[in-house]
Design a protein. Sequence first.
Length: 355
Amino acid sequence: MLDDEPTVRAAQAILKRLQAKEQIETANPDGVKDDLMRALTGYEQAVDAQVRDVLVSAKSLGVAQEALLHRAMAAGVPLDEEAIPVLLPQLAEVLENSPHVEEIFADDDALEKVLRAALLDFLPAIAWQARAKLAAAFVKPRSTLPASQKPASIADDGYTFPLFEGPVESAALDDEGPCAYCGATAKVRFARACYPCFRSGKAKDHVMGTELGMVRAEDAVEGLTHGLPATLAPAGYEHVELERDDDDDEAWVRIRVDPASLGELLRTPKYDTWQGEYWLFCCQKPMVFVGPLKEPLLERLRKSEQTQEEVVARLLQVESREAHKRTTEVLLGRISMYVFRCPHCEKHRAHFDAA
């Protein structure tokens, strides 16, 4: 098990905070950590079981995501922060009954504060993993076009988005069905909404993952992303530091972005990925999604005598050796790369993922 896995991180954080505050007495810290990890792993495995059940019957990613929320709640393993009331007493009981704990000196409120802090990191990570597995199961095959042919834009299918110019096949869409907001039957739905309702901003539960942190409807209104570790915050952006406990290891910040730009981003469909969207920014604005990097797009992005490896190096901002490896992986279909264009300076950037 890797040290950066959510279960390991959370168990280590709980033990570390209790020890730092001298609120636990133990002669075997590793034993305490293992006890905590078993409880956290039990929750993770229960969520995985719900994902497997959903995949048996769901016909689209949107249906699968909604079914997972309902099934997980019914099974007593809700996702995200809704699981905190479920896991808090379980973890407290683990510590109280662990044979490796001689004494817990923290009162109920202090212990809950420590456990809650660890869960606020653990639960989003588990939820992200679950949603990524659903997304991977519904990735659409993409046909390869001749190098000279420009892929069709989603606008060619009647859906215009200023921040999305990739083909409709690269968008994460819901199947035909009734709009969740006006009830009209739509051949294509965006976050369960028909195109007019989605573009008007009625899909308030539409959330976008970005390199500056998650963006929700309330974040867009504030003009601040939901947050990310301060060590990952890019230079040149104004930010607001989130309040944290004195013993927290890492500061988190919210990045300030023009509210109108974030609002437009939330009226833009997600793109199909293996592990979840990661919208890129440039010139302090959301970039335009161009599409997945296939050979035709790779050829169009070449400048003058540039090689394909040089294009990938420019997109990912990596050295030539890594660029050669990534280019090979893209052309063989081992990884997927997602290309963005800045509408202000015309710079292209990309990120990649794999199943």
